[in-house]
Design a binder for this molecule. Structure first.
Ligand SMILES: NC(=O)C1=CN([C@@H]2O[C@H](COP(=O)(O)OP(=O)(O)OC[C@H]3O[C@@H](n4cnc5c(N)ncnc54)[C@H](OP(=O)(O)O)[C@@H]3O)[C@@H](O)[C@H]2O)C=CC1
Ligand SMILES: CC(=O)[C@H](N)C(=O)O
Length: 277
């Protein structure tokens, strides 16, 4: 008989105690706002030393001070445009220069363009693909060898409920998140014999600065609270067997499961109607 599953995809029998990240080091990208801030707080609160990365260095430093004071962890900050061609080289050089070995990577930085593809600024589309896809692949490739060797950490890639179907008016964003979801499923399989826990976190609309950039028209459904979304992820990462996908929220879990199995010819116009509301 199967044990009941929860909305983060873990079985109730899989539940175990909170994992301790003391002595490990985690990179959190996009740690100057929203979900990235909450991931930094959650991992720092469990003892992880941190490398916080985003463009707004002043915000990273404020968060770093908060976490050093609250948890006595080491926190490094790096102000960097992760969509730039030199981002990976700069991040890796920073990590090596500090003498760090990376146990965990939270590929969280991302943004969405919203509107008809045909009129969207090509430079923004390029930036969106470079950040949401390019940086995720490059940083994962750069740090995966040491993360699998350590076997004490986590790789969390931020996908979205937008990953489960084509999203007219957010065509590129939805496709980048679809990429992240399948990429992560594949990596979870390839690394299954290591101790690294690998998962794609798929939140629905969450109250962060995301919609300041994408516009409120990008939202479908009610807002979730960022700290609660991250708490769902942390609980799933505590499980004895971490699922390779975590959908945050019961309603999102159901709608994404349905969207995944419906024919694309049916789900695409339905999503288009939701996006146009
Ligand atoms: N909020 C939502 O409804 C949902 C969000 N997501 C995903 O969650 C992730 C986090 O988003 P969220 O917290 O909501 O959004 P926010 O806009 O609140 O935060 C985005 C973070 O990404 C950073 N970032 C953006 N562009 C760059 C860049 N070029 N270089 C470096 N850092 C960058 C920002 O920092 P800075 O500007 O300082 O560089 C910021 O720290 C994203 O991948 C998003 O797609 C998924 C589903 C739903
Ligand atoms: C369209 C959505 O709300 C989606 N969850 C996202 O923005 O990633």
């Amino acid at each position: 008989m199967h044990s009941p599953t929860t909305h983060d995809g873990t079985s109730r029998r899989d539940r175990s105690t909170m994992r301790d990240y003391t002595g490990t080091t985690a990179i959190v990208t996009g740690a100057s706002a929203g979900l990235g801030v909450e991931f930094a707080r959650a991992l720092g609160g469990r003892g992880a030393n941190l490398v916080l990365v985003a463009r707004r260095g002043d915000r990273l430093e404020t968060l770093a001070e908060e976490l050093r004071d609250a948890h006595a962890v080491d926190v490094h900050t790096l102000a960097l445009d992760l969509a730039s061609p030199e981002a990976t080289e700069t991040l890796v050089a920073f990590v090596r220069e500090k003498g760090l070995t990376i146990d965990s990577l939270i590929n969280n930085a991302g943004f969405a363009t919203h509107g008809e593809f045909i009129t969207t600024d090509p430079a923004r589309l390029d930036e969106e693909v470079r950040l949401n896809v390019g940086a995720v692949v490059a940083f994962t490739r750069a740090f995966l060898p040491e993360m699998t060797a350590s076997g004490r950490g986590v790789l969390v890639n931020l996908a979205s409920t937008a990953a489960f179907q084509p999203v007219p008016l957010m065509a590129v964003y939805g496709a980048t998140k679809g990429f992240v979801l399948d990429f992560t499923h594949a990596l979870a399989y390839e690394t299954r014999h290591t101790g690294l826990r690998v998962t794609a976190l798929c939140p629905g609309a969450t109250k962060t600065e995301f919609f300041d950039i994408a516009g409120d028209g990008a939202r479908v459904g009610d807002f979730a609270v960022p700290s609660e979304v991250v708490a769902v992820a942390m609980r799933a990462l505590d499980a004895r067997r971490t699922p390779s996908k975590i959908v945050a929220g019961a309603k999102n879990s159901i709608s994404s499961a349905i969207a995944r199995v419906l024919p694309r010819g049916l789900v695409t116009p339905v999503t288009a109607r939701l996006m146009a509301e």
